[in-house]
Structure formats: C-alpha cells, structure tokens
Design a protein around this ligand. Sequence first.
Ligand SMILES: *Cc1c(COP(=O)(O)O)cnc(C)c1O
Length: 400
Amino acid sequence: MEFSQYQTNALLSITNRPPLVFTEGQGMWMTDHTGKRYLDYLQGWAVNCLGHAPQCIQDALAMQAKRLINPSPAFYNAPSIELATLLVENSCFDRVFFASSGAEANEGAIKLARKWGKKNKNSRGVDRYEIITFDHSFHGRTLATMSASGKAGWDTIFAPQVPGFFKAELNSLDSVAKLITDKTVAVMLEPVQGEGGVLPATREFMQALRALTKKHDLLLIVDEVQTGMGRTGELFAYQLSDVAPDIMTLGKGIGGGVPLAAMLCREEVACFEPGDQGGTYNGNPLMTAVGVAVANALLQPGFLQSVKDKGEYMRAELLKLCDRHGLQGERGEGLLRALKLGKDIGPKIVETARDMGPVGLLLNSPRPDLLRFMPALNVTQEEIDQMVSMLSDVLKRLGH
Ligand SMILES: *Cc1c(COP(=O)(O)O)cnc(C)c1O
C-alpha cells in the first residue's frame, strides 16, 4: 500500500501526523503500511495496558459481540455489573458510573461534586460549586474539563470558559488553602500529572491534602485516567500515598485500547438522581466485557509486582543512559516514566527514533525537554533493553 493513496483524505485536521498509516499491532510492536515495524512506547497513549491485540481482549470482544452488544443504558447488563463489582472490591469506592472517555468520566465527577455541593450547602445556606484544580493538569477536551485543566493557553482558546475552577500549584498545600472559599466544594488532581510531564504529587502532599479537604468538608477527586489500572504498580495511584479519596475517574488502561472509562465514588457522595447523568453508550456490555478481561489480567497474582519491578528496572536503565549521554535525570512511578533531557531536543528525538530504519521506535515528548514512556504493563525486560539501546543510538546520531 502506498501512502499517496491516503494523502488526500477527508479527516478534519486536528494534529500534525507523520505520513504513516498503521495497519497492525501485536504486543509492544506496531507495523505501518510499508511493513516497517516499530517498538511502541506510546501504546495508544498509555491505553493498551496489555499491549496491542492481546488474546484476552480479542476473546472478550468476539464472545460478547455474538451475545449482546447494546441493550441500552436503560437496562442492566451482566458485564457492566461484573466490572463494577471488580472495581469496588479492589478500591475504596462503592459506586461506579461507566463512560466512554476520560473527559466524560471527569465531567461526571464535576457534575457529581456540584450536585453534592447543592445538597451540602455552606453555613450561609449557599450552594457550593467551586473546584480547585492544578497548574499543568490535564483533565480532557470538553469545555468543562478544559476549564478544569491547567494547560497554558486553554483558558482563552474557546472562551468563555466554564466558570468555577481555580488553579493551585502541585505539591504546595499553601496554594490550595489560599483558594478555599465558602463556595469551594472539591479539590481535583492527577496523582501523577501525565500530560504535564510525569510530575508526581508527593505522598506527604496527598496526605496533607486529604486532611485539609476533610477539615473544610471538601471532596477529594483523583483523576486516574492515566495513572489508574496498574500503571504506577498499584492498581490505583492514590494507594501509593495511603489516602482514600471521595471520587476517582478512570479511562485509558481500563479498556486496554477500547473506549471505556469510569467514575467511582463513595456511597456518601453518590447523590445523582434519575435524569442527572447518563449516556447512550455508557456501560455497554461490549466494552465492559473487555474491561472485565483487562481487570482480571491485572489482578492475576504477581502482575502488579511485575509492573513495579519493571518500573525499577527501567528507571535504573534510564539513569545509566543519562550518565552516558549527559542528560538530566528521570522521574515517574511504575511504568509511567519520563527522561529529563536538560535541553529542548525531545521533538527531534521523537522524529529521528520513528524514522530510523530498519526498525523504528515510537516515543512521546510532552514537553520539548522531556520524553515520556508509557509501555504496555506486560512489556518484557528485553523490550526495555531494546528501547534504551535504540534511544542511545538516536542520541549518538543527533550528536549528544
Ligand atoms: C487522557 C486523559 C484524560 C482525557 O481522557 P480522554 O479519554 O482523552 O477523554 C483526562 N485526564 C487525564 C489525566 C488523562 O491522562
């Protein structure tokens, strides 16, 4: 297949894509229209937690597609109940609302917090609706989740914003405390800021934030769309700091590649009434059957420990790479890691790694001075070694 056949296409341009069409994926590898193979450290943007096309997802899709695809969200279906049970049995939450994207799950969390703030008014009898979020955070691309996000420039591109979001500084309790008013209802954060550059909230900060939110009767919302489902070596990243949030959102890894997301909350907070929240595709059995297969794979004894071990291994290998090439360092949790380059060479590395032959390497540079790694959680040690060695070649080629 020639790329020119695809060159004129009807897709709305929303991002600069390289002139490649990907046709197949297996495990950590993906193949383009010319047959060239790539070691894939994007994995659908931290989505394919079991790699490309894992057998358990193929089986779940095939089996469920034959049985029942969508009875409508007005009726119960078995896979959604099964997945909700798995999620509450393995977390501090009691109730689950399924959605199709991380942004939609976060919208649900924002709506639930605002509803709760109407029911739990302040001492003057006024509704509470303000939510404190963080600089450099990313919560999605709907209008409300863009307003909640702390990305530079996002406050003006589609102005006016959805009001009610105020930005604090990650790991600064003081910056949060200063923003609390008698209309504040919640604090929302990513336990590790993913798109912002793999910036972890510290354990001390998470614990202090939980104490502060309790003291002011505020909800603590964790956006675990990127950090959830084993990515950090715990099933959920809030577990790294031993806190129990009130609301959590999941996306990306929960579907292992298919569109599935969730909003979980504690019973005390579950205040939606019929009509408040819904969605045509929410909790459909085709996607939730995949969710069950993925969750069962992640819950196999030893699986999460292997994520921790491989995260440690990758950390050590990246530090050696830093020494060899004079780079700044690395950070992250589990298999969500970043390499600090110390100079703005990220985009050039991404391009060179992808375009080199005979085998390419797919990487992400969320900021010009940073590379982010989001491998499948079942990546092998050999695939880590191969990535580090390919990256070392690229750095040499670029004269670093
Ligand atoms: C990717 C991401 C989202 C948005 O998820 P979509 O499925 O793209 O809507 C929200 N929050 C975080 C932390 C994310 O990483």
